[in-house]
Ligand binder design. Structure first.
Ligand code: ADP
Ligand code: MG
Length: 246
């Protein structure tokens, strides 16, 4: 069976720095793939090339065979690549002029009522997504009142809005207590199975990676130095040396 995502010879430099230096990996449907490595290894650069925020200098990123390199973030999103946004970032995904447009719409009674009607139309869909992440009962509460772990669940529901084939999560459990972390990753795993999608995530907590990743790839200085199942990676001498610093 062909891979959902196929990355080949992917590279990006900033000035003289080869942030990502020709990496290859694949991702299958139903798989949670962790991208790990020390600071400056090239994780965020890789991530941002997949979601289209950065354009690759070389190589290819194919989703179900279709090339993503050269597409705009919005086009990549439409092809079925979702990503979690922090709720505070929701309006950061709009352009400067769109943010000001939002402000104008909210002050124009006629436009605002049109917007309300459009929003009502999507309400049932939104409630169904909240049901899937266990947040249906809290649907009417302001996000500002939610516990941090619950905010993360809402973010996950938002990322599901375009029924992604591939979901990108940059440090999904950052700042969470171990119990909340496990609940979020268990939920993510459930969604992956239920929807037959795939997840690419970066993660600092090795406990989370070892418990939830099906497979992991390890970057160091822009190169892919190891790839395998968590247990294989843990004992990999190159990983011990470069990543765990022993
Ligand atoms: P990680 O996410 O693994 O910590 P990054 O992908 O952020 O690593 O960075 C990889 C390398 O590329 C680092 O040396 C970093 O300093 C450099 N880098 C990343 N983004 C930029 C940028 N916008 N301009 C210049 N250098 C960058
Ligand atoms: Mg980073």
């Amino acid at each position: 069976m062909s891979a959902l995502l196929q990355v080949t010879g992917l590279g990006k430099s900033f000035g003289g720095v080869k942030a990502v230096d020709g990496i290859d990996f694949t991702l299958a449907r139903g798989e949670l793939l962790a991208l790990i490595g020390p600071n400056g290894a090239g994780k965020s650069t890789t991530f941002n090339m997949v979601n289209g925020q950065l354009r690759a200098d070389r190589g290819s990123i194919r989703l179900e065979g279709a090339e993503l390199v050269g597409l705009k973030p919005r086009e990549i999103w439409r092809q079925g690549v979702g990503r979690t946004f922090q709720i505070a970032e929701t309006f950061a995904s709009l352009t400067v002029v769109e943010n000001v447009q939002m402000a104008l719409i909210s002050h124009d009674a006629r436009l605002f009522s049109l917007w309300r009607r459009a929003a009502d139309h999507k309400r049932d869909e939104a409630l169904a997504l909240l049901e899937q992440v266990g947040m249906r009962a809290q649907a009417e509460r302001p996000c500002s009142e939610l516990a941090y772990g619950d905010v993360k669940r809402v973010e996950l529901a938002m990322a599901m809005a375009n029924s992604p084939k591939l979901l990108l999560m940059d440090e999904p459990t950052a700042g969470m207590a171990p119990k909340e972390r496990n609940a979020l990753m268990a939920l993510t795993k459930e969604l992956v199975t239920a929807r037959g999608m795939a997840v690419l995530f970066t993660e600092h907590s090795m406990d989370v990676v070892f418990a939830y990743a099906d497979r992991m790839i390890v970057l160091a200085r822009g190169r892919l130095i190891a790839e395998g199942k968590p247990l294989e990676i843990r004992d990999h001498p190159k990983v011990q040396e470069v990543y765990f610093g022993s």
